[in-house]
Design a binder for this molecule. Sequence first.
Ligand SMILES: *[C@@H]1O[C@H](CO)[C@@H](O)[C@H](O)[C@H]1NC(C)=O
Ligand SMILES: *[C@@H]1O[C@H](CO)[C@@H](O)[C@H](O)[C@H]1NC(C)=O
Length: 103
Amino acid sequence: MYCLTILPYLLPSLSAQDMIVKNMSFKVGQTLTVVGVPKPDASNFSLNIGSDEQEITFHMNPRFNAHGDENAVVCNSYQGGNWCEEHREGGFPFQQGEEFKVK
Ligand SMILES: *[C@@H]1O[C@H](CO)[C@@H](O)[C@H](O)[C@H]1NC(C)=O
Ligand SMILES: *[C@@H]1O[C@H](CO)[C@@H](O)[C@H](O)[C@H]1NC(C)=O
């Protein structure tokens, strides 16, 4: 399971393919749980949390088979128009067409 620590001052918006949630509000100690189902033919999908499209505090990109990665979760953040450093999480709890839960 992945743990997202949501900092209360970020008031994030969350976007995933075909889904955008804006103006979520969090209180200290609250956790966010995201449940979704990747498309059966997805090569990758992503989950973004940030104040807007230009400031993505948390970008998570599970790749089934994309960008030369197979079953890898690549995380990054996007600030002021630039991507920061990629880092990879261990484990890959995702399957195409199967529900996942990230919290
Ligand atoms: C988010 O909330 C702020 C403050 O309440 C508001 O000004 C803004 O229009 C809202 N944005 C969206 C996308 O609903
Ligand atoms: C990642 O997924 C998106 C949305 O399905 C797709 O448009 C994009 O081409 C994919 N990228 C790669 C490298 O497969």
